[in-house]
Design a protein around this ligand. Structure first.
Ligand code: PTJ
Length: 246
């Protein structure tokens, strides 16, 4: 039982949720380590959506709306943290949702699919094929899903698949708190924000844009700028905290 007056109450509740999801076979044990790394970067960013990330979230909405066949790729951590928010993003963006795992087992695929469906997500089904140029099981995807996508949204990803998707000519939106990660560095658009803040913000932005506005905004996306701005935000915050100790 986490005491509500604990200064880190909100973060501890999320940890407990992920640990429960790990015991339920949704999150991989490695996913808890990934969450810890994310938390560390969220600390450095001030545990809030920066103005730069808020702009990236509007760009993400524009790219999703302008895409011919956008697909949201969901892993264990994203399902455990954001299943309820993904249903809304799917509705707002019209994107397909596919489960794609790094630590892939049939059992986890089924449990994650069931969890998403419980929350109203329409999950793509079918026979996976090794279509992504990778040596591990993340190469597996659905021909009519990620295989046919022109844009893939990858919340909380490990880096090599993002690079492989780019190599295949697909645009990639990554949601990753770590601006130094290979995923953030290779994505077309890195959204440097916590997934539970980013997903509803992208959904809300989808609802405020016309198709013409989306197409225009999607043309001007500059991913590198968001990396630079996130690093600058971290540097400024560290400097400020250092001064506060003087
Ligand atoms: O469910 P599976 O089998 O597909 O495995 C999923 C994990 C997350 C274990 C796998 O993709 C992995 O190992 O990822 P990495 O390489 O640890 O990368 C995860 C990235 O997400 C790191 O850069 C973290 O900083 C970032 N991250 C972690 N938690 C969050 C986050 N970004 C946004 N929101 C978070 N809550």
């Amino acid at each position: 039982m986490i005491p509500e007056d604990h200064p880190r109450y909100a973060a501890l509740v999320v940890r407990e949720r992920l640990a429960d999801a790990m015991r339920a076979g949704i999150v991989a044990p490695e996913g808890l380590i990934a969450q810890g790394r994310g938390e560390a970067f969220d600390y450095l960013l001030g545990e809030r959506t920066t103005a730069s990330a808020a702009r990236a979230e509007i760009d993400a909405a524009a790219m999703l709306l302008a895409a011919r066949r956008p697909v949201i790729s969901v892993n264990g951590n994203t399902a455990a943290l954001s299943a309820h928010q993904l249903a809304d993003l799917q509705e707002a963006s019209g994107a397909l949702v596919e489960v794609n795992l790094f630590h892939r087992t049939e059992e986890r695929m089924q449990r994650i699919t069931a969890l998403l469906e419980e929350h109203g997500v329409d999950v793509l089904a079918g026979a996976p094929e090794r279509l992504i140029p990778l040596s591990h099981d993340r190469a597996l995807c659905l021909p009519e899903g990620i295989g046919a996508a022109d844009l893939v949204l990858v919340p909380l990803e490990d880096g090599d698949r993002c690079a492989a998707l780019r190599q295949m000519g697909k645009a990639v939106i990554a949601v990753d708190l770590n601006p130094l990660s290979r995923t953030a560095q290779t994505a077309t658009l890195p959204v440097i924000d916590e997934v539970r803040r980013a997903v509803p913000a992208i959904a809300a932005a989808c609802r405020t844009m016309t198709p013409a506005e989306a197409r225009e905004r999607a043309c001007g996306v500059d991913g590198k700028r968001y990396l630079r701005e996130a690093l600058a935000a971290i540097a400024a915050r560290l400097e400020e905290m250092g001064h506060a100790l003087e």
